[in-house]
Design a protein. Structure first.
Length: 57
């Protein structure tokens, strides 16, 4: 299933278009990814979303 609703990250408006009509910015899909308890790559997704969790030393 393809999500049609999109959100502009600049002006925070919702639209169905790839480009926001108000500010001409590329829109994003506001829906989260599906969750699966058997996901093998959850650690990579968490680290990409929260890079501060990686200890640097």
């Amino acid at each position: 299933m393809r999500w049609r609703l999109r959100k502009c990250p600049v002006c925070k408006t919702y639209t169905l278009r790839e480009i926001c009509a108000n500010c001409n910015t590329k829109t994003l899909v506001p829906h989260p990814h599906r969750f699966s308890p058997e996901d093998r790559y959850v650690a990579y997704r968490v680290l990409s979303k929260y890079p501060r969790l990686v200890s640097r030393g």
